[in-house]
Design a protein. Structure first.
Length: 198
């Protein structure tokens, strides 16, 4: 007999994961393992500034061509800096790197090359543990990276203090952007802008 916490007498309403886990272990001798793995990763988010306005100005065909150039250029830089594309949403990119300095250098190249095409983007970078399932990343670290990117200005790359601390000694320089609340993420976060020479 196993007693589970709670006041529900009907199994349909209680903690079904705990209930079915106990039943599975009783019947098979073991509980199945979750397919979710956690890894330490650096996430990069980019987003085109004023994309809706630009799309209206250019018209659908020219906007689509510009987006294709944008996507190709970012994918080239991801390959160059050993990043991996996780997702795209319209004019935004979500990529992952195995190191924060590499992610920063990729973002610098992306911002610079896109500016030459007349596209201004913002970028945000954070390093933390992420859930990996079916080759996709999720978790609080991913949400943090997205929130950081949303606070960046045109042509700006923001990073968390975690990233700044991890790249100490790399030669990268940062400007203090102060403490910020990140929507939906607990606590206050120290953010830094990456100083891009030229």
């Amino acid at each position: 007999m196993v007693e589970l916490p709670g006041k529900e007498y009907n199994p349909s309403f209680g903690d079904q994961d705990a209930l079915f886990g106990e039943i599975e272990e009783f019947l098979t001798g073991a509980r199945s393992r979750s397919d979710v793995d956690r890894v330490l990763a650096t996430v990069l988010f980019t987003d085109i500034i004023d994309s809706t306005r630009r799309a209206v100005e250019l018209g659908d065909q020219k906007w689509r061509e510009l987006l294709e150039s944008h996507h190709t250029l970012i994918r080239d830089e991801l390959k160059r800096f050993r990043g991996r594309e996780i997702d795209t949403a319209g004019d935004g990119f979500f990529a992952v790197f195995d190191g924060p300095a590499r992610a920063i250098r990729a973002a610098v190249a992306i911002i610079d090359r896109l500016l030459k095409l007349g596209i201004r983007v913002r970028a945000g970078i954070h390093t933390g543990e992420c859930d990996v399932m079916d080759n996709k990343l999720s978790g609080v670290a991913v949400h943090t990276g997205a929130r950081v990117a949303a606070l960046a200005g045109p042509g700006e790359m923001l990073v968390t203090s975690t990233v700044k601390d991890l790249v100490a000694g790399s030669g990268l320089r940062f400007g203090d952007r102060g403490e910020h609340e990140l929507k939906g993420i607990p606590g206050a976060w120290l953010l830094y802008s990456v100083i891009i020479d030229g």
